[in-house]
Write a protein that binds this ligand. Structure first.
Ligand code: F6R
Length: 256
């Protein structure tokens, strides 16, 4: 596990975007796994800038989002499909057919999950998976649980996630209670993972996830078992970690 501690959110976003952009430059046919939420917004802005100003080419890239609310369609402003269009996809040269988000309006969500997994497999799996983390340690919508669910599946959201996500809705009652999420197998089979966490509020959970026991009760902790994960934290998120100096790659060490 490589850990980059950036001084603030802007620098964290730039570092994350640079890693994603490098991946696309190395392999134009990259399959990217993407996340929504507030954390990756700055990284998406930077990717759009690199597309506009530095010719970053998304023409042969495929993307798979981690999750989607059940009951929200592409035209609902709180759907994750809408979020991706707004923050990234409509600003770059990506073929709409290659940008995949689970269909929240699928008649048969279980079948949608199976088809989503099959499509990812057919394209050779995810090359680089971008992950954020919820305040309760969830990744995708894999909530704290007693078991790891491997495949893409339907999940009931926890009260804490409903509350956290209600800031984007008029009130808590409007937050969907269920979602489709990639499971742990797809996430862990990604060839590379980039895990971004920002802010003091998540500092204790990120410390537990990266330095504590590996358990489905804290879903992000499974990332300790991934063979190629780059963690990009801002200083606030890293503030509780016990990392030794030589384990942290600060900017100076990374870019000298
Ligand atoms: C969303 C997703 C979630 C978010 C998490 C953190 O696609 O995968 O796991 O990464 O809820 O959200 P923010 O960044 O808004 O704190």
């Amino acid at each position: 596990m490589r850990i980059i501690v950036a001084k603030d959110y802007a620098e964290m976003s730039k570092r994350a975007a640079d890693i994603i952009a490098s991946q696309i430059r190395i392999n134009a046919h990259t399959v990217l796994g993407l996340a929504t939420g507030s954390t990756p917004v700055g990284a998406y802005e930077e990717l759009v800038r690199q597309y506009n100003e530095e010719g970053l080419n998304f023409g042969n890239v495929d993307t798979f989002n981690l999750d989607e609310y059940i009951g929200l369609g592409a035209d609902h402003p709180q759907s994750y499909r809408y979020f991706m269009d707004e923050h990234l996809l409509s600003h770059i040269n990506m073929d709409a057919d290659r940008a995949h988000v689970p269909d929240g309006l699928a008649q048969n969500p279980e079948q949608e999950c199976e088809e989503y997994d099959r499509l990812i497999r057919d394209l050779g799996g995810v090359d680089l998976q971008l992950l954020g983390m919820g305040g309760n340690g969830h990744i995708g919508f894999n909530e704290p649980n007693d078991i790891y669910t491997a495949e893409t599946h339907v999940v009931n959201l926890t009260e804490s996630t409903i509350k956290a996500n209600s800031i984007y809705f008029n009130n808590e009652n409007e937050v969907p209670r269920q979602a489709i999420t990639m499971g742990f197998r797809t996430i862990m089979q990604a060839k590379k993972v980039i895990f971004v966490v920002s802010g003091k509020a998540k500092s204790k959970v990120v410390k537990e996830a990266l330095e504590g026991p590996i358990t489905p009760k804290l879903p992000a902790s499974i990332l300790q078992l991934h063979h190629d994960v780059i963690v990009v934290l801002d200083q606030d998120a890293a503030s509780e970690m016990k990392l030794k100096d030589n384990f942290i790659m600060t900017d100076d060490q990374l870019f000298r």
